[in-house]
Design a protein around this ligand. Structure first.
Ligand SMILES: Cc1cc2nc3c(=O)[nH]c(=O)nc-3n(C[C@H](O)[C@H](O)[C@H](O)COP(=O)(O)OP(=O)(O)OC[C@H]3O[C@@H](n4cnc5c(N)ncnc54)[C@H](O)[C@@H]3O)c2cc1C
Ligand SMILES: Cc1cc2nc3c(=O)[nH]c(=O)nc-3n(C[C@H](O)[C@H](O)[C@H](O)COP(=O)(O)O)c2cc1C
Ligand code: SF4
Length: 635
């Protein structure tokens, strides 16, 4: 049994004492008003982390200057005194649970979206001295407003290619005046910003500086230079927050918030190197998913604070659950990245597995139902399981019927490839929670309209899923043509040379799974290369495509599968030419077809009937889980 003694020990930086070593990193929620003010939704989103036991909670990316330095719609505007009163309410909510309230202040510089700002962005390349002085002043004023609102610490966003990083990196700073050239000159802007903040707030605010330990791209800043940069500002900061990558190049996006294909604790070694080199307190971040990992990081002196972002979104109570010894109850994060992708596209934060995330205000009233109803759920995939969990937790009498001998549905296939450990943990958690719930689970029972009618439910939830799309082509039923899902779970064998047809998320993952097992894989799709794997996040897609290249998977886009023979897949290319691709096995990953007709057979069998998940529209875990929750949260 892990004692977690290091994680649950207090830590001091500046004048701030944090009750434990777990923080949330900055996570923009896009829950502010359009003009940058706080909302109740925002307060409740961040409050959940404090209530759940995190020692320090950060309000994500907040613009020091909404006119020039804004990255997003629905982002906080720290450029006006009017924001202070509202800000104080989120501080109040966080501090009520004994957590430290922190906020990331940022100017996005040349990466600002002209449409969002209504003007062209500014950066090291076009900022004259007057503008530099103005922005420095905006940082100082923003920090002062945060102090007035009650924040105990402020994090400056010096990473991910934002303005402070644009000045720091020779990749973006081509100036030849005192702000560019040598590293010392490139650090001048950061020093001026920090100096101006210190002048205004003294040591009443602790200052954390977020930086990308490595910008990843060849001409970007790398760890050694990052360390030297930090050495130049070290006297003005209390804590360094070591992130990675940036928003400036699609290839670096996966490194900021690593998808499931990348290893856990991805960036800890950079935090450790910075801590060792500078002797300054550091925060480690990046795919640290549980407190066991955090304990190891703190105990071995790799970092002083561990920031856990998505793990907190998936289960805001993770710290308190760990403290109580309820680790197995923590809802695992998939590292699917949907939560981060939504704010990046100016949509409010949501989570695939935690249907309440970003909607805490709306579902505060989730409470026992006034009247217990008899609820029958048909289908034990994620949609059906979530429906059963939510309905039974609210006091309804739930029967879940699943025709297979185990719960999981298509999630079992999604969790199949070796690199989907996050998905496997979630599958295990969801199945366990469902079996532990008051819902009665009937396995190996195929529901029919007659059997459902006999149960006389008040509410019927139809969650019977989808089936693989199999095109009507010569050879498609032969033994060397198999479905991707079966390959993923090992119930279908493939030969040494494989053609995978369909380069959506599933096809790409299966191709990678096979390539990692030493197969020679050709991945084909009708779509142009720019359109493949678009059914996942930008970070997921970038990481997946890069891994496919790394593992030698050959991609053939704009070709159409026409026939499968004993030793080949025949395709027609963009010029109408027939091409023969040698293959021992052809793997079909051509999408899923909702079981809508079968679902229709169940309509009208109960006063209330809901059709949810893949049988309504074949999509993903998030749609299934949210479908299950939404159908039952207000029964
Ligand atoms: C190979 C593969 C990989 C995937 N990878 C991902 C991924 O990485 N990320 C992601 O978000 N999504 C992924 N998905 C999609 C995701 O798994 C589905 O969207 C999700 O499982 C749909 O959930 P559901 O509950 O609606 O349906 P399902 O999971 O299909 O569950 C339906 C259940 O109903 C049962 N059932 C059907 N008829 C009856 C009946 N008459 N009586 C009783 N039981 C019945 C079935 O046996 C099944 O267990 C993947 C899907 C596949 C196939
Ligand atoms: C929903 C979401 C919003 C984010 N917003 C910000 C942000 O505002 N500023 C920032 O510097 N990083 C942001 N990030 C990146 C995180 O701070 C963090 O570095 C990253 O998610 C890796 O940590 P994790 O694996 O613990 O989630 C965001 C990530 C997520 C998931
Ligand atoms: S949306 Fe995905 S990555 Fe984000 S917290 Fe939820 S499960 Fe994790």
């Amino acid at each position: 049994m892990i004692s977690y003694e290091h994680v649950f020990s207090p830590f001091r930086f500046g004048k701030v004492e944090v009750k434990n070593r777990i923080a949330t990193p900055p996570m923009l929620s896009c829950l502010a008003t359009a003009d940058g003010f706080i909302t109740q939704e925002m307060i409740d989103f961040y409050r959940a982390f404090a209530k759940g036991g995190a020692g320090m909670v950060n309000i994500g990316d907040s613009a020091v200057d909404i006119e020039w330095g804004r990255a997003h719609y629905m982002q906080l505007n720290l450029g006006h005194d009017a924001v202070v009163g509202g800000l104080s309410t989120v501080v109040e909510a966080i501090q009520a649970y004994g957590a430290v309230a922190s906020i990331e202040i940022n100017h996005t510089g040349i990466l600002g979206d002209p449409e969002v700002m209504g003007r062209d962005p500014i950066g090291p390349g076009n900022m004259h001295q007057g503008l530099i002085d103005e922005v420095v002043d905006h940082f100082a004023s923003a920090a002062e407003r945060c102090l007035k609102a009650g924040f105990q610490t402020v994090m400056l966003h010096g990473g991910h290619g934002n303005l402070l990083a644009q000045f720091g990196s020779a990749r973006t700073n081509k100036r030849s005046d005192g702000y560019g050239g040598s590293l010392d000159d490139r650090a001048r802007f950061a020093r001026e910003v920090l100096g101006a903040i210190r002048l205004r707030v003294g040591d009443r605010l602790a200052l954390e500086y977020r930086i990308s330990g490595d910008e990843i791209v060849a001409d970007g800043m790398h760890l050694e230079e990052t360390i030297e940069f930090l050495r130049l500002i070290q006297d003005k900061i209390d804590l360094v927050h070591v992130s990675l990558g940036g928003i400036f190049d699609p290839s670096t996006i996966p490194f900021m918030s690593q998808p499931t294909y990348l290893q856990r604790c991805f960036n800890v070694h950079r935090a450790e190197k910075i801590r060792d080199a500078l002797g300054i307190p550091v925060t480690a971040v990046g795919s640290i998913r549980d407190l066991a990992a955090a304990e190891e990081i703190i105990a071995t002196g790799k970092a002083d604070i561990v920031a856990m972002g998505r793990a907190h979104i998936a289960d805001p109570d993770l710290v308190n659950k760990t403290r109580r010894g309820e680790e197995s109850d923590i809802r695992p994060c998939l590292r699917c990245g949907i939560c981060g992708e939504r704010p990046a596209r100016y949509f409010p934060v949501r989570c695939a597995v935690n249907p309440v995330a970003g909607r805490e205000t709306e579902y505060k009233w989730l409470r026992p139902a006034d009247t217990s109803k008899k609820v029958v759920v048909v289908g034990g995939g994620p949609a059906g399981m979530q429906a059963a969990l939510t309905a039974s937790s609210r006091g309804h009498d739930v029967t879940l019927i699943e025709k297979e001998d185990s719960l999981g549905g298509a999630l079992r296939y999604a969790a199949g490839p070796s690199f989907k450990a996050d998905m496997r943990e979630y599958l295990d958690w969801l199945v366990k929670k469902t079996l532990q719930s008051p819902a009665e689970v009937r396995l190996e029972t195929e529901a029919t309209p007659a059997s459902v009618r006999a149960l006389a439910p008040d509410v019927l939830i139809v969650a019977i899923g989808a089936e693989p799309l199999v095109p009507d082509l010569p050879g498609v039923r032969a033994s060397n043509a198999v479905w991707a899902g079966d390959v993923d779970v090992g119930s279908a064998e493939t030969g040494r040379t494989v053609v995978v047809a369909g380069a959506g998320l599933t096809g790409c993952e299966t191709a990678l799974h096979l390539a990692q097992a030493g197969k020679k894989v050709v991945l084909i799709d009708m779509l142009p290369e720019s359109d493949i794997a678009q059914d996942t996040t930008i970070a997921g897609r970038e990481a997946l495509l890069s891994l496919l290249r790394e593992h030698g998977v050959e991609l053939k886009s704009e070709v159409t599968l026409t026939e499968i023979t004993a030793d080949a897949a025949s395709v027609v290319d963009g010029f109408g030419e027939k091409v023969r691709l040698p293959a021992d096995t052809v793997v079909l990953a051509l999408g899923m077809k909702p079981l809508s007709e079968q679902a229709r057979d169940f309509q009208g069998l109960a006063p209330e009937t809901y059709t949810i998940g893949d049988c309504m529209s074949a999509r993903d875990v998030m749609a299934a889980v949210h479908g299950g929750f939404n159908a039952t949260a207000d029964l």
